[in-house]
Design a protein around this ligand. Sequence first.
Ligand SMILES: [Zn+2]
Length: 302
Amino acid sequence: MYWNLFGTCLAGRQVCYLIIGILSSFKNYFCIKKNLASIKFIGTGSGRTSLKRNHSSLLISVENYNLLVDAGDGVSKALLSLKVDYNSIDGILFSHLHPDHYTGLPSLIVQMKMNKREKDLKIFIHEGLQNIIQDFIYRSYLFPEKLKFEINFEKFVENKTVTVSDSLNFIAKQNSHLDEYPAFADKEIRQMPDSSSSFLFNVNGSNIYYSGDISSKEDIYLFSDHKLDLMISEITHIEMKDLIEAFRKLSPQKLFLTHIGEKDENSFINIKKSLTANECNRILLASDGFIINLQHKPDPNL
Ligand SMILES: [Zn+2]
């Protein structure tokens, strides 16, 4: 009988070990899942409409939050072709108001409405541009009374951290992309939307520079006081050689090029001949649908 009891205890202990093993597998599974984050290129084209590339846009995904960065002309079709559920998007951040970066917004809201969206949509916008976007939505006949979801605005200003979710935040800085425009302003009649931002995203602990559209090589260094893990830069409005020089100075793990016109593809092919093998592996021309998977980066203060 004692042997039977001993045998039962042993079997019980093995069951316990088995349960602990299964629970720890679940814990590992959920821990790994919790740390998953990615950046998907929705569009990598320039301002010139192309059959090859959608207009420039990113989808940053962390646990429980999907942030679309820019929503230019044709973004709804771009999302559809890349199998992104419109209603999985929690927030939209705008870099500036050139048509290839924002004019797809009303149509995207219509798609959300037709897909029976009920959860709120947040729009992150520079404080100087909020009225224009609100007006744009209203003049597209998207009245709050006709939507079953709320559109909330979160204004951002330069150099202040904006928290998007527990594992995603950003800082915006003004770049020189629209510097020439105030000269065209008709101050009596209309406001000149001259704000254009570059961003430093912190995604799961990683610092990611996103140029947005820029115009000078100084813009590439806007966040040089931070250690950059990754860089994502447009290539239409700056010289490739200036970007490579910045890559060498700032030394991120990788540089992804986007906002690509046909001539940019050729200049990248040419400049690749002057890169080392290591640099060739770390500087990549993005394509629509390309995904950067981000590992969780432990907090050095913990
Ligand atoms: Zn652009």
